[in-house]
Ligand binder design. Structure first.
Ligand SMILES: Cc1cc2nc3c(=O)[nH]c(=O)nc-3n(C[C@H](O)[C@H](O)[C@H](O)COP(=O)(O)OP(=O)(O)OC[C@H]3O[C@@H](n4cnc5c(N)ncnc54)[C@H](O)[C@@H]3O)c2cc1C
Length: 604
């Protein structure tokens, strides 16, 4: 093996968002050596963008809430193909994880009697989201980062993991490059936790940050791990649609939680037009009841704007398609109207939604306390990811763990808002603990020098083609456009088959990609190396979406618009076959424990 900068850890964590930092804190508590690698600066991970809040049944605002209701809501939102053990652990442990954050210094908004305030969010029966205005992710990252650096972890910033390394069937570490100098780094580690976030950058309209190129998903796939539920990509109903430079930026569900309503170009609240059967009993009968719900009336039911994201996104698309949209291809989200009901409405909006107020003022010259926003769906979240054991978070590769958005199971076919931040805390902690235990029990692995040299050679290959190779940005852009157009919110078999052809063509182009300049600060090179992840996750999503011949949660098939009971009993698993091809198979959803089934029956 050539000489590279080398680091040794018991636990290597790839990703410094909420999941990675919580895992690092847990692993450090077990007194093992912990390394954290991240593409950006510490504190800049995607989690910092989270707005609305973290879901936990603290019951501070409504004492009818408890873990059982949270569990039932999560399962119903995920259309019952969730990993029920994860949903159980998540609902039970989220309150403790939030209180722990508070003990570490997180300053949440407060109730009048000084407890953590909670707000309404789509699909949650009661006000459940602990929040800090609409900047919850910032507070969460700040707290975890502060606590993490004092717990003892070494951080490698602006460093991208390019390959996972294995010792036989077991994980052995990772090969990475420093984004600033372009030098290579080898990490040897007894256990590795993937906490790399999502895949949104595979689509052209997205709320996701530049880091979300699906690296963790692709790294796990190439290392032999199984991916699950990849057909379920969440399109958040409310992203900005205008001006074009900001298209896709998120408009938090918190706006609707605070009383914001959706209207079409005729001024009608179209969300009342169609209520899914399993939410009919719990949805407001009229606008008046919906308003009372947002103001904390315990006898009122939720307005249809707070139905699950998949449904709201499709309803918006229908209005646009049928010619009742806003001028720039969205619909209207109106929070300004609450001034009719609240004497201090303007100040109330600014206090509850300061980020949204500034976002629209600065980016679109819109004052949301005076006029409605134009919004439309944006690619937001990957329900699919690395298949893990529910308790330990270990993948199907020995010593390789995954947590947060890059892991899968908890959310099934559709994630409820707020359930990601709690997912990061609950399963980040578990992944860190179990990874430390694994490393302690199995000792250090051996790294194969030839594999490392091959990874280095592959990473540098685009420089060999600098004169004749095509640039990476054009390929990335073409992929994003095709995924948005052919594997987006409404899917059809023929279009997805066409997407596979386009992905194959783009892969052939990516194999010839060329990079100019040198290894220092070279975004063209970084993008060239991201292409494999983007192409891999795009193909995985497309193959799984073709296979699931029904509509469920975030996966809507125009050619199979109904739900099929048979499909409600299976998850789709994607894996790299021995011959290198992509295999898609069905795995039966595990039979739910009787006591949990009973909870669902009782809470329906
Ligand atoms: C605008 C917005 C608002 C949101 N609001 C909410 C909300 O209110 N409530 C909620 O529950 N959810 C919300 N979400 C979703 C939630 O923020 C994310 O799902 C969550 O933060 C993901 O956390 P994570 O720890 O898994 O990953 P991240 O926070 O994205 O961290 C990923 C880390 O992995 C690193 N990384 C990636 N690839 C590599 C690589 N190859 N090598 C090295 N490092 C790598 C990145 O640099 C980063 O440090 C929101 C999402 C968006 C986009």
């Amino acid at each position: 093996m050539a000489v590279y900068q080398t680091h040794e850890y018991d636990v290597l964590i790839i990703g410094a968002g909420g999941a990675g930092l919580r895992a690092a804190i847990a692993a450090a508590a077990a007194n093992v050596r912990v390394g954290v690698v991240c593409k950006s600066l510490l504190g800049k991970a995607h989690t910092v963008m989270a707005e609305g809040g973290v879901a936990a049944a603290l019951a501070n605002v409504d004492d009818r809430d408890n873990w059982k209701v949270h569990f039932a809501d999560t399962m119903r939102g995920g259309q019952y193909i969730n990993h029920w053990r994860m949903a159980e652990l998540h609902a039970k442990e989220a309150p403790e994880r939030v209180r722990e954050l508070e003990a570490w210094g997180a300053l949440f908004d407060r109730t009048a009697d000084g407890r953590i305030l909670q707000r309404n969010f789509g699909g949650h029966a009661y006000p459940r989201l602990a929040h800090v205005g609409d900047r919850t992710g910032l507070e969460m990252i700040r707290t975890l980062q502060d606590h993490g650096v004092h717990s003892g972890m070494s951080v490698h910033m602006e460093c991208t993991v390019y390959r996972l390394l294995k010792d036989g069937h077991r994980i052995a570490g990772a090969f990475a490059y420093n984004r600033d100098r372009g030098t290579f780094v080898v990490f040897r580690a007894g256990a590795v936790v993937l906490a790399t976030g999502g895949i949104g950058r595979a689509f052209s309209i997205t709320s996701n940050s530049w880091e979300y190129t699906g690296d963790g998903h692709a790294l796990a796939y190439h290392a032999g791990a199984e991916l699950i539920d990849m057909e379920f990509v969440q399109f958040h109903p409310t992203g900005m649609v205008w001006p074009p430079s900001v298209r896709g930026i998120l408009v938090t569900e918190g706006v609707r939680g605070e009383g914001g309503v959706l209207r079409n170009s005729e001024g009608r609240r179209f969300m009342f037009d169609e209520i899914p059967a399993n939410y009919r009993e719990t949805t407001a009968a009229n606008e008046e009841e919906g308003w009372r719900y947002t103001q904390g009336d315990r006898a009122a039911r939720r307005p249809p704007e707070l139905l699950t994201r998949d449904h709201v996104a499709r309803m918006i698309m229908r209005e646009v398609r049928e010619g009742r949209g806003s001028p720039h291809g969205g619909v209207y989200l109106d929070i300004a109207w609450i001034r009719e009901r609240l004497p201090n409405g303007k100040e109330h909006i600014k206090r509850k939604l300061p980020g949204m107020y500034h976002q629209f003022k600065a980016l679109a010259d819109i004052d949301i306390t005076e006029e409605p926003m134009e919004v439309g769906p944006t690619t937001h979240y990957a329900m699919g990811g690395v298949r893990v054991d529910g308790d330990s978070q270990m993948s199907t590769v020995s010593g390789l763990f995954a947590a947060g958005e890059c892991a899968a199971g908890l959310h099934g076919a559709n994630r409820l808002g707020g359930n990601s931040l709690s997912d990061l805390l609950v399963f980040g902690k578990r992944a860190g603990e179990y990874a430390a235990k694994f490393a302690q029990e199995h000792g250090p692995p051996t790294i194969d020098g030839a594999t490392v040299d091959r990874a280095a050679k592959d990473a540098l290959a685009p420089f060999d083609r600098s004169s004749q190779g095509e640039g990476a940005f054009a390929i990335e852009h073409a992929l994003q456009e095709k995924m948005q157009e052919l594997v987006g919110i409404v899917r059809r078999e023929a279009e997805m088959i066409e997407a596979l052809d386009r992905i194959a063509e783009l892969r052939a182009r990516a194999e010839k990609v060329g990079v100019r300049g040198n290894r220092e600060y070279n975004p063209g090179w970084h993008t060239a190396l991201d292409l494999d992840s983007l192409l891999t996750v795009s193909e995985v999503v497309t193959r799984a979406a073709i296979e699931r011949k029904e509509s469920r949660g975030a996966h809507f098939r125009d050619d199979y618009p109904g739900k099929d009971a048979e499909w409600g009993r299976v998850n789709l698993v994607v894996k790299k076959a021995a011959d290198g091809s992509m295999s898609v198979s069905r795995a039966p959803v595990a039979e739910m424990r009787a006591d949990l089934k009973q909870i669902i029956e009782e809470i329906k």
